[in-house]
Design a protein around this ligand. Sequence first.
Ligand code: NAG
Ligand code: NAG
Length: 394
Amino acid sequence: MKCSTILAASLAAGSMATKLLLPLYQYPMSGVWDPVFTAIEANPNLDFQIIVNVDTGPAGSTPNSDFVTGVAKLNSYSNVLTLGYVHCSFGSASQDELSANSSDWAAWNAYSGANTSIGGLFFDETPNTEGTTSDVTFMTTAVEAAKSAFGSYALTTIFNPGAAIMHDEFWTLADYNVIFEDSASEYSDSVLTSNIPSGKAGQSAILIPDFASVGTAAEAQTWLQAMAAVGVGAANILDYDYIQATSSEGPAPVALVASALVDVVDAATSAVVSEVSVAAATSSSVAKTTSVAPTTSVAKTSVKAETTSAAAKVTTAAAVTSAAEVTSVETETETQGSPAAVVTVMTTFTTVTSVVIVTAAPEVVDSVTVAASSATTTSLNRHHHWQRAHKVVS
Ligand SMILES: *[C@@H]1O[C@H](CO)[C@@H](O)[C@H](O)[C@H]1NC(C)=O
Ligand SMILES: *[C@@H]1O[C@H](CO)[C@@H](O)[C@H](O)[C@H]1NC(C)=O
């Protein structure tokens, strides 16, 4: 069987990289936030939105010494936006109390001992009942009060109804809306289509706590990549509750989530997405294939292959479906005239609907080979258009 591949036209990537949204509700005792600092430093191209929470709020207009140290450290990184926590109690919070808390967070900007500035507010428990007008009134008042308190300081607003947005006005009132916040057992990729209105992916955020008892690291990566593929604005998968946000014991610690997202960040900044159309397949013609034996089957397979070259990265989008046949994807990169064969992958799957090659220098990718057994020829002929701004192929 023949294996042929075609590099199709380049598409401009719609570079809206998915940020890592982290409810960091732990008290910054010495060392507790260190895994977060490490992840920030290891991923300078990934933007972090980090929510600090002293005591279901700011607990005053001046940070205590532990928060001074912790927040100043967060603010020392150019890829971090620090947000303060306030809660709306689904519309039953007192507006006076809410605005007093927003003002307290704003006051952290003026603290003189260190840079404890707060660049945004996370409005937890946003009221979001279909058919009401009071929710919009409530949130309008809350945001106006916050903006007034922050004055000339920049203010990013995130609403957290944690579900599909029932009020179109929220897309205007807030910079981001959390359109899903629930445990991992309730999540599937269908949320990306059911809860995100057309054109709103970049303003949508997803938070999935309690992942440890449900998923594997590979699944976490797959979900994050699918989110990034549709251009979700900010996301996170956390192993436990937010008060254990820095735990590294589960399958999806912050280090893993950050590195899963950063691959897509790199892709977005590369400005070029080339699409491969797989015309036919055979393993016999595959030159320079470094086959990687299929590892165990993973239910949700979105395979990514990292290249050994900094110039190229390979991702197969969320475009593959389960079980067994295709065993390797290869790219060759020409770097300074010497081909560097780069392969990785894979878990096993039956159908490849597309392979996405993202490279900072498109000319260095000269061929892509998909090797498959005879059984997959037909399915490999399927070709789906894929780009970041589109829905994940199902
Ligand atoms: C305001 O902040 C205090 C102290 O952090 C907190 O106890 C209270 O629940 C907060 N209220 C609102 C409405 O955010
Ligand atoms: C404080 O940190 C924030 C966030 O990194 C930054 O935007 C701001 O410029 C810093 N302020 C000063 C005075 O350095």
